[in-house]
Write a protein of this length. Structure first.
Length: 667
């Protein structure tokens, strides 16, 4: 069977290879003459790596990827969004089990709403994923995050698994979660996951501001208020296997009530803002191989998001708004193997978005915008000896309709990726070496808030367009014996150009944004990621992962402006992370370090707008043992060990030193 079928069943087979348990699927036999090799820069965290991080959500874990900046407004329930290579949050596609998450209202996917308790792998791709058998939307984003939830795996003779986890920590944090998996037959299995989270959101912080001459203007200690959260999440999955394919059906519901602590300005420590969310969606995918040269995949989704925003701040006008958003998505992807080493794909996506909001009024008339997005992609891939190449082109047509008119936008975005493996069939101290490069065009439409929001909407906004260039290498070696059993190094130099860039940041109230169009942004950067594993004894191992990012992202819109060639807001020149772990039998010790260099909170890089660099260190220890038929794991965490007082976003202080304990039971 050709390499196309290998790509078709990569996720299923990969899921079977994780851990010591397997799901036996006799109906599917996958063979290939080729080894699946990635041509596109990617970073991944999975399995034990995710468990060892002192992270609650997907957003927290993504801080450990190079080139990523997390916008975090503090606390467990604070909004958390991700910016990759200074392109902006809206250029990032977020895929949850194969289908892209959407938010046409503001383009912000709050990754803090997705727990790590049921996640098997998080993968970040710059450009697009190394596969042509995917939806047209997957080809369109400047970068993509793929979140893959746990797929049921059963030991021989076992029909069900059950897991329960409880965590308690600072800020009155209590998190309870459970996972139940059941094998319903040789080709069908079920998984149910539920989670409850509550926290007061209160934590002490020291806040200090200095004058331009370095003297202290004011210094105070206070308690963060109005950061409480109560949230529930339920997810159900059905996984099925066909004679030459697979299918999956997912139902998801997330409900939360949380306070929005707001910015600390003018000595105001408490805000009256609150937000309620009810996010639900149902999605399914079906894929099958028809013969040895053709495969097809169908994806479908319906989502309903209900947001209730209230502001009862006595110093402002009262606000009570509801935002009801619907999304429907349908995709068909088809791939054919033209030759043993050459394949091509054709995909079409249709996405419909509709928003009802009482803030979308012009002249007293409700806009109620609707958006239809059509995407058609054509892609081809070659994998021949030491060369792998992938090319794609996407035609995207967007039509917006409102109570006052309509507008249409069409864009053609090509991409080319090339990788060379010079060590093939040669003796070398390296197990693998890959030299790669890519060039890609992409764009993103202004959101409904950008265009139609009553207070700040601008219906004449143009879409952002971006051009990306990247050149890099990956080298690694894996050996069975010796002190160092594995090491890898990944380095990429990139250059991005963005036109009509829109910057969004809070305007006093966290839920509302100030939209700023910078015109043109020039981005140059370097990403370096290194990993190593070593054997310290017969039962002791150690792992180390480190990443560093240098980034120069400057505004080059107008040479007459005082901020011409200044670093854009909240983008550090230097940042990096380190994760180190030592494991001896059932005991695991983990240390993680985060560093973000100096930044500026406004367009002009002046001393007054300067934001100090910050770093944090986190420690955790876990012990795993068996008791009868149960497997138990106890974990203790100490976060921000040195009690660093810092802001990710100015005037939004982050928690200082805090601790948590958790216990997990697997049956």
């Amino acid at each position: 069977m050709g390499w196309v079928l290998l790509m078709l069943f990569t996720q299923t087979v990969w899921g079977q290879e994780q851990g010591d348990t397997t799901l036996n699927i006799k109906e599917v036999v996958v063979t290939s003459k080729l080894t699946f090799r990635e041509v596109i820069p990617s970073q991944k965290l999975h399995g034990e790596q995710l468990q060892r991080l002192s992270s609650l959500s997907v957003a927290d874990a993504m801080r450990y990827f190079s080139g990523v900046q997390l916008k975090d407004y503090g606390g467990v329930g604070g909004v958390k969004t991700v910016d990759v290579r200074a392109m902006g949050t809206n250029h990032l596609g977020v895929s949850y089990d194969g289908i892209t998450l959407g938010n046409a209202q503001n383009g912000q996917i709050d990754l803090g709403q997705f727990s790590l308790d049921n996640i098997d792998e998080i993968a970040l791709y710059n450009g697009q994923k190394s596969a042509i058998f995917q939806s047209a939307s997957d080809f369109a984003s400047a970068s993509s995050v793929y979140i893959r939830t746990r797929r049921p795996r059963f030991a021989d003779g076992k029909q069900q698994n059950w897991r329960a986890k409880a965590k308690y920590g600072a800020s009155d944090l209590l998190r309870l979660s459970t996972l139940y998996e059941r094998q319903l037959g040789d080709s069908l299995c079920l998984s149910l996951n539920a989670e409850f989270l509550t926290s007061s959101g209160k934590y002490h912080f020291t806040y200090q501001r200095k004058n331009l001459d370095g003297t202290i203007a004011w210094d105070t200690t206070a308690v963060r208020q109005n950061g409480d959260i109560h949230a529930e999440r339920v997810e159900a999955n059905l996984h099925g296997v066909l004679a030459r394919g697979t299918w999956m059906l997912k139902g998801y519901a997330y409900h939360s009530q949380r306070g929005i602590p707001g910015a600390i300005v003018n000595n105001v420590w408490r805000r009256g803002e609150r937000q309620g969310d009810l996010n639900t969606f149902v999605q399914g995918q079906w894929q099958r191989s028809l013969g040895n040269v053709f495969s097809t995949k169908w994806l479908a989704k319906y989502a309903y998001y209900n947001t209730h925003y209230v502001n009862r701040d006595s110093t402002l006008l009262p606000v009570d708004n509801r935002y009801r958003q619907q999304e429907a998505f349908l995709s068909s992807a088809n791939v054919v193997e033209l030759r043993p080493n050459w394949s091509a794909s054709l995909a079409y996506d249709l996405r419909w978005n509709h928003l009802n909001a009482d803030t979308y009024r012009v002249g007293g008339r409700l806009q109620s915008p609707r958006r239809f997005t059509h995407a058609l992609s054509l892609a081809t891939a070659i994998d021949y000896r030491r060369l792998k190449a992938q090319a794609s082109v996407v035609e995207t047509v967007v039509s917006d309709r409102t109570g006052s008119g309509s507008q249409h936008v069409s864009r053609l975005t090509p991409a080319l990726f090339v990788a060379v493996y010079p060590l093939a069939a040669r003796r070398s101290p390296l197990t693998s070496l890959c030299l790669r490069a890519f060039a890609k065009r992409s764009f993103r439409m202004p959101t409904f808030n950008d265009l139609y929001y009553t207070e700040m909407g601008n219906a004449s906004l143009r879409p952002e367009s971006a051009t990306q260039f990247d050149i890099g290498l990956v080298a690694g070696r894996t050996v069975e014996r010796g002190f160092i059993t594995h090491f890898s190094l990944q380095a990429d130099i990139y250059y991005n150009k963005v036109r009509d860039k829109i910057i969004a940041y809070p305007k006093g109230q966290q839920f509302r944004w100030t939209m700023l169009n910078l015109g043109r942004v020039d981005i140059r950067g370097l990403d370096v990621v290194g990993e190593a594993s070593c054997r310290l004894g017969s039962q002791t191992t150690a792992t180390l992962r480190a990443q560093y990012t240098w980034q120069r992202a400057i505004d080059v819109t107008d040479a007459r402006k005082p901020f011409y060639k200044h670093q854009i807001p909240y983008m550090p020149r230097h940042s990096g992370t380190v994760i180190a772990a030592v494991q001896h039998r059932g005991l695991t010790l983990n240390y993680s370090f985060l560093y973000t260099g100096e930044r500026w909170n406004e367009q002009e890089n002046t001393a007054y707008n300067h934001v100090q660099p910050w770093y944090t260190s986190d420690l955790s220890a876990s012990y795993q043992w068996r008791m009868a038929s149960c497997e138990l794991r106890m974990t203790a965490e100490l976060n921000n060990v040195f009690n660093q007082q810092y802001d990710v976003i100015t005037n939004y202080p982050m928690p200082g030193r805090n601790a948590a304990v958790s216990i997990e039971v697997n049956i």
